[in-house]
Design a protein around this ligand. Structure first.
Ligand SMILES: NC(=O)c1ccc[n+]([C@@H]2O[C@H](COP(=O)([O-])OP(=O)(O)OC[C@H]3O[C@@H](n4cnc5c(N)ncnc54)[C@H](O)[C@@H]3O)[C@@H](O)[C@H]2O)c1
Length: 306
């Protein structure tokens, strides 16, 4: 049996094999050809499009801002067609205009994603516009309420309606379309607050925890249908939602100070960008991720690793 390769401290420090080291022995024995150089001739034998969502028909909730907006932009950049819905008409129509001015295949529907009576017709309209639905990114979410005593019943009900009930209702409506095509990917935007306790945000953490188990159960129900169901769970992001929390109308410096304090709690030392979450969403909706289902995919700069 061959002994394990020992990487010396020098190799680790300078990235070079010392003559007597394990790495040098291995590279000499194997006739190591030296550094690899990328040339324009060296087009890979695999597709250069790493993320395969080109041509997919995508429906996104809460697409006018933050993670949802980044998801709209990234899916379009990867060659998908997108319908997105949002409560915020102004931002939604502005984003649609900006993207359509650049000939992007995108449509906006102004809608409360938790409005039970309107979801079926919105999904119908999206399916007609897109010619079917392959991907649902159920992303709309709110963070209402506070600690256990301060939270009102109305805040609890509203948070659950948007964060848990709506993802279930949207999934119910898209499943028949996905079954028809024999291919589907549902991605929920969860949160690390649904994985660990987080004081002062009782309905939010409870709802995101519920969302993660909704995702797991749906994944099992749909596993035999060629439909994957996953969640991405961001940690602390720099989005309009976060900024709203951090602002104090009576203190002009509060936003900067609170953002910095928030970032300091993240092991990598900064807040995440919505684009970093969108990249994960797009991967989970791609042809490359067909074996990924029922998973909670964390994107949190190490926050929950501790
Ligand atoms: N910001 C963070 O640090 C963070 C961390 C973890 C998870 N998340 C989750 O990411 C998702 C997106 O959050 P964000 O930070 O991008 O927030 P955001 O406020 O920037 O964007 C959310 C979008 O959803 C829309 N929306 C809210 N309720 C809606 C409804 N009922 N119907 C339709 N649209 C609605 C808003 O109008 C907004 O455009 C949420 O599910 C949130 O819980 C955010």
């Amino acid at each position: 049996m061959q002994a394990g390769v020992v990487i010396t401290r020098r190799e680790r420090a300078v990235g070079l094999p010392s003559p007597s080291s394990g790495l040098a022995r291995v590279t000499q024995r194997a006739g190591w050809p030296g550094p690899l150089r990328l040339t324009s001739r060296a087009q890979p034998a695999y597709s250069s499009q790493a993320v395969k969502v080109s041509g997919k028909r995508v429906l996104i909730t809460g697409g006018a801002s933050g993670v949802g907006e980044a998801s709209v932009r990234r899916f379009l950049a990867e060659g998908a067609a997108v319908v997105f819905v949002d409560l915020d008409q102004e931002r939604g129509f502005a984003l649609e205009r900006e993207l359509r001015d650049r000939d992007a295949p995108v449509r906006f529907i102004a809608l409360d994603a938790s409005a039970e009576s309107e979801i079926a017709s919105a999904v119908q309209a999206a399916a007609q516009t897109l010619g079917g639905i392959d991907v649902l990114h159920s992303n709309a979410g709110i963070a209402a309420g506070g600690d256990a005593l301060a939270t009102s019943i109305a805040e609890w009900e509203r948070t659950f309606a948007v964060n848990v009930r709506a993802p279930w209702l949207w999934s119910r409506q898209v499943i028949p379309h996905m079954r028809e095509g024999g291919w589907g990917a549902i991605v929920f935007t969860g949160s690390t607050s649904g994985m660990v306790g987080f004081p002062g945000a009782i309905p939010y953490t409870a709802s995101k925890g519920g969302l993660l188990n909704l995702m797991r159960s749906l994944a099992l129900e749909l596993a035999a249908d060629g439909i994957t169901v996953n969640a991405v769970s961001p940690g602390h992001l720099d989005t309009p939602m976060t900024r709203r929390f951090m602002e104090d109308p009576n203190d002009a410096d509060a936003l900067g100070r609170n953002l910095a304090a928030h970032a300091a709690t993240v092991p990598v030392g900064r807040l995440g960008r919505p684009e970093e979450v969108a990249a994960l969403v797009v991967f989970l909706a791609s042809d490359d991720a067909r074996f990924c289902t029922g998973g909670n995919h964390v994107c949190d700069g190490g926050l929950t690793a501790a």
